[in-house]
Design a protein. Structure first.
Length: 298
């Protein structure tokens, strides 16, 4: 479960050259949320996605390294947004008009995995934001923004005081909200520059927008998947003395959860397997009855 939450909080990126497949995937109970996308070429081919055909030095000099397609983000939103996984072949025809024919291009995608069920709360500047979950459930922070977004906020309307409408966000808002609220049943924090700093020009009104979900998991702290787990002598000795029955029960529970997850994700396939199993059972029962009647007759 801790690994699942770390996957939700993680920022993902993927790339594919022309003629290759790009594949995006999120864990169970989450869907893809595209953050940004780029299709074109801004670095030479010897640094990224080299050409499949040999090029002379003169050809490399003429290579267009200021080539980009403005429709790449919308294409990725159409193909992958709000899906658990997506895969397609990268080529220039997908993105409309080719701005640099003859130049090999590549696709870069940045995305996150958004929980299927989540809550959103907003607090205006200097107000207190309170988050809470039901009993036996804890908070899992998905995203946090402190500042002023281009679209603004309905809860905190922008008051024109002669200041330009500029988007500005704190770079440490997510880390601070994780530190304060992640893995707790309830928490509160002031949406103030004292807590988050001031990412905007003086006088610009800001707000705090937090997206979170409640999970019935006691282990919701972010996990560094690059570092191996550290085992102390006490933990290793206690795990070695764990009864065999407990391990068997946990394995059975894990199998039950895995089966439930498969059924919820693939209801049609699960129904097909169930009906097929019933039909096979009926056929075997009928064969057994025929053999029994035949033996009695003989």
């Amino acid at each position: 479960f801790a690994g699942y939450i770390s996957q939700v909080l993680k920022n993902y990126s993927d790339h594919a050259c022309d003629g290759e497949y790009v594949s995006l995937r999120c864990p169970h109970r989450t869907t893809i949320s595209i953050q940004s996308s780029f299709y074109g070429r801004i670095v030479p081919s010897h640094q990224l996605c080299p050409s499949r055909y040999p090029h002379s030095y003169a050809t490399l000099i003429k290579e267009d390294v200021a080539c980009s397609v403005g429709t790449s983000l919308q294409k990725m939103l159409d193909e992958c947004q709000d899906r658990r996984s997506c895969q397609f072949l990268v080529n220039s025809r997908l993105f409309g008009m080719d701005p640099c024919p003859g130049t090999g291009k590549y696709l870069l995608v940045w995305y996150k995995c958004r929980p299927n069920e989540y809550k959103s709360k907003v607090a205006c500047e200097d107000d207190k934001l309170r988050l809470s979950c039901k009993k036996s459930m804890v908070i899992a922070i998905y995203s946090a923004i402190f500042g002023r977004t281009q679209g603004g906020s309905l809860e905190c309307p922008y008051q024109n005081l002669g200041m330009p409408m500029i988007e500005c966000q704190s770079a440490t808002a997510l880390q601070l909200m994780i530190k304060r609220c992640h893995g707790k049943r309830s928490c509160s924090i002031y949406a103030s520059t004292y807590e988050f700093g001031d990412p905007c020009y003086p006088g610009i009104q800001k707000h705090l927008n937090v997206i979170y979900t409640c999970d019935n998991t006691p282990l919701l702290l972010p996990v560094d998947e690059t570092a191996p787990p550290a085992l102390s002598s006490s933990s290793s000795s206690s795990s070695s003395m764990e009864p065999v029955g407990v391990g068997t029960e946990m394995a059975l529970l894990s199998n039950i959860l895995a089966a439930y997850a498969f059924i919820t994700e693939n209801p049609e396939r699960a129904a097909l397997y169930f009906v097929s199993g019933v039909c096979i059972g009926l056929v075997l029962t009928l064969l057994a009855l025929v053999l029994r009647v035949s033996c009695r007759t003989d």
